[in-house]
Design a protein around this ligand. Structure first.
Ligand SMILES: Cc1cc2nc3c(=O)[nH]c(=O)nc-3n(C[C@H](O)[C@H](O)[C@H](O)COP(=O)(O)OP(=O)(O)OC[C@H]3O[C@@H](n4cnc5c(N)ncnc54)[C@H](O)[C@@H]3O)c2cc1C
Length: 269
């Protein structure tokens, strides 16, 4: 393996344009697991964690902007996020162990493209966007359009996520929940996860760990928005249209679907 340590963001972007699909080493909490198991190990590794241009959390007009290398702990502990978007800070409070959440970055969580990524269902209901940068320039895309299939996304190999933009809603204008079901309460990776945001008559719901990648449940949202009384059979039929549950070493598809159904009912009745 060959390691690279650019000194500035422009230098880093220029380097990405020259290398062939390198790893971007931020917290390393996913990359190190892949190295240990010799899974798709890449030849080039670019350190990005030391770049000051990527490490910030700020408010600009009506949006929160989170730099790529802000860690999960930075986010859950941020006074700005606790004030402007308490749902995000609270939902990430029990992400993994303190050791991991102090290292794990938000962009690493998104870019790794795992169906179990905890930040993604939260960011989907908050309708976040990603800024992708390369030496060719910058583009902003909605997070909902980022993933294409299991572990795949639209990022080009010379691009990196530089920041995440979250449009702010007044915290008292909505209620939101995040539930994550795993094998145990502490230090658990989700077998199923559900983020729900309700604002007046609008429902925003996203499921993690259920399909190939976390996604909004558009049919469920539409059903809830248009129904005065929730009929279990119809709600579940809408869910079936939204998801293709997966089985893997963590759980079976049938279990994931049943747990998601139970929580949908619990939160929407
Ligand atoms: C013990 C343990 C517990 C865990 N628990 C959880 C959990 O509870 N919930 C959860 O969601 N995850 C969990 N994870 C997974 C992991 O910690 C997270 O996915 C983490 O956020 C990854 O971020 P990182 O900075 O460590 O990424 P890295 O390992 O540095 O990188 C991961 C991937 O993202 C790419 N990447 C990194 N930064 C960028 C960028 N700016 N732009 C484009 N691509 C980039 C890298 O090239 C690599 O492919 C756990 C992992 C471990 C080892």
């Amino acid at each position: 393996m060959k390691f690279h340590k650019p000194q500035t963001l422009p230098e880093c972007l220029c380097l990405l344009g020259k290398l062939k699909d390198p790893w971007l080493l931020a917290g390393g909490t996913d990359i190190n697991v892949q190295i240990r198991h010799q899974l798709n190990v890449k030849e080039d590794v670019v350190f990005i964690n030391h770049l000051p241009e990527l490490n910030f959390i700020k408010k600009e007009e009506n949006s929160l902007i989170i730099g790529a290398t802000a860690t999960i702990k930075d986010i859950s502990g941020s006074e700005l996020i606790k004030k402007e978007c308490p749902f995000l800070a609270d939902s990430l409070a029990d992400f993994a162990s303190p050791l991991i959440s102090n290292l794990a970055t938000i962009a690493g969580n998104i870019a790794n493209s795992s169906p179990t990524a905890d930040t993604v269902p939260l960011l989907l209901v908050l309708e976040a966007a990603l800024v992708l940068s390369s030496c060719r320039g910058h583009r902003t895309i909605a997070l909902k359009d980022f993933y294409t299939s299991y572990k795949h996304n639209v990022r080009q190999t010379d691009e990196m996520i530089t920041s995440i933009i979250i449009p702010l809603l007044p915290p008292d204008s909505y209620t939101a929940h995040y539930v994550k079901i795993g094998s145990r309460r502490a230090l658990t990776i989700a077998k199923a996860a559900l983020a729900l945001l309700k604002r007046q008559d609008e429902f925003r719901i996203a499921a993690g760990s259920l399909s190939e990648y976390p996604k909004r449940l558009k049919n469920v949202e539409e059903y809830l928005q248009n129904s005065k009384k929730i009929v279990k059979k119809h709600l579940f039929a809408a869910l079936d249209e939204d998801v293709y549950p997966i089985s893997d070493f963590r759980s079976e598809a049938a279990y994931r679907l049943q747990v998601t159904r139970n929580y949908l009912l619990k939160f929407t009745r």
